[in-house]
Structures are given as structure tokens and as C-alpha cells.
Design a protein around this ligand. Structure first.
Ligand SMILES: [Zn+2]
Length: 219
């Protein structure tokens, strides 16, 4: 959706209420810039001469400089992208900016926002990952933390990026915390260092192609 500003309605996503607001960011540009910003703050800050501190913070001005050179966009543009990010991936505070989660760059991840952790969380994965997960649990793989969502639909949306037929897993977050494995809240996402297999329950069974050599036995 587009993002914009209206003198009467303020900052808006899609259309403003009075209909007179000015669109500042087109949906396609928004997608492109936020994808780059996410990659920059999670994976390749150094390639652009940006230093992250141990909690992942970068100087906003340095990031703005990179975005200006690359996309010709300014501060208000970036603020709108951060404010309306549907996954709340970013945070701006005191002249600094960071990604809340999803890093492959080594940063400290042991912080959590205020708020209750749901008793059940969800994660979706492609069918080929299911048996390793049931054996060894959920591991962060290329990132620093395991990511979980508070609703099945959010988890499936993430899962569909990796598989057309994702398997939905329910995570016993309450059990994790009782066992002393921290669950952290980061925007809309919940994270943990590791989820042992006994806290993972398969919600939907994988459906295999009829010609598949591995019928869905044993799940
Ligand atoms: Zn308006």
C-alpha cells in the first residue's frame, strides 16, 4: 500500500480519510526500499560502511546517506516506512535505527519489549524441514534467533515465502519459559535461541503429491 501525509488526517497508509492527502511513497518503491533497509541492518551494513553497535543500532544519518544515494529518498520517507512496516521490523530511537530481529550480523539479541508472551506461538516451515525439526527442534539456521508469530495466519504467511505448502507448527511458549528458555517480544515477532522438539506440535499434516515416493506415513 502507498504511504503519505495529509494536512488534516496526518500520516496514512493506503488512502487518508478526507481523500486530499499526498502520497509520498508508492507501494512498489516502499517494497524495494524496505527490503534493502532490512538487508542493510540485518546482513550487510558493513558493505555500505555502516557500523552497528552490539544491540544492532546504526546512526540514522549514516543510513539516510546510503538511502539518499541509492534511492534519492529523505528522512520523512524512511520514518514512514519504519512506522507503517507491517512486520514492525525496524525501530528508530534517539537518532538511531535498527532492525529488531532477523540478523545474521552478530548482535546482542537478549532484549525483549514489554508485554505478555502468548502461551502458544506459531511457526511455519516447508515439508522437507519437518522431520529434522521433529528430531532436533527449531534452530535459528542462518539467523541468530528462531522466529515465531502469535497467530497461525501470520506464521503461514511467512512460511509461504519458502514453500507453497507450508506445515504449521504450534510452539508451547509457556513450556519453553518454564524450562528456562527465554522467549522475547520484538515488534510483532517472538524469538528464542532454540526450541527443543518436545515443545513443537504439528498442526497440519503435509499433503504429498500422489506420485511422491514418500507418502505421508508416520506423521
Ligand atoms: Zn486527509
Amino acid at each position: 500500500m502507498d504511504l503519505g501525509i495529509c494536512k488534516r488526517c496526518g500520516e496514512f497508509e493506503g488512502c487518508c480519510e478526507c481523500g486530499k492527502g499526498e502520497v509520498l511513497i508508492k507501494s512498489e518503491d516502499r517494497k524495494r526500499v524496505s527490503k534493502f533497509l532490512s538487508g542493510l541492518l540485518r546482513h550487510f551494513a558493513r558493505d555500505f560502511g555502516i557500523t552497528l553497535d552490539e544491540e544492532g543500532w546504526a546512526e540514522l544519518n549514516e543510513v539516510l546517506k546510503v538511502l539518499k544515494e541509492r534511492y534519492g529518498v529523505g528522512k520523512k520517507y524512511v520514518e514512514l516506512i519504519v512506522k507503517f512496516d507491517p512486520k514492525k521490523r525496524f525501530e528508530i530511537r534517539k537518532g538511531r535505527i535498527r532492525a529488531r530481529y532477523g540478523h545474521s550480523i552478530e548482535v546482542r539479541t537478549d532484549w525483549s519489549e514489554e508485554g505478555e508472551i502468548p502461551k502458544k506461538l506459531y511457526h511455519a516451515t516447508s515439508p522437507k524441514n519437518l522431520s529434522p525439526i521433529l528430531k532436533s527442534g527449531l534452530l535459528p539456521m542462518k539467523r541468530l534467533e528462531v522466529h515465531m508469530c502469535s497467530t497461525p495466519s501470520e506464521a503461514l504467511e511467512v512460511g509461504r515465502r519458502h514453500s507453497s505448502n507450508p506445515i504449521l507448527l504450534e510452539i508451547d511458549a509457556e513450556g519453553l519459559m518454564k524450562k528456562g528458555i527465554k522467549v522475547r517480544k520484538k515488534g510483532k515477532v517472538y524469538t528464542a535461541d532454540y526450541v527443543p522438539p518436545e515443545f513443537v506440535r504439528v498442526v497440519n499434516k503435509p499433503s504429498f503429491d500422489r506420485n511422491s515416493p514418500n507418502p505421508a506415513k508416520g506423521y
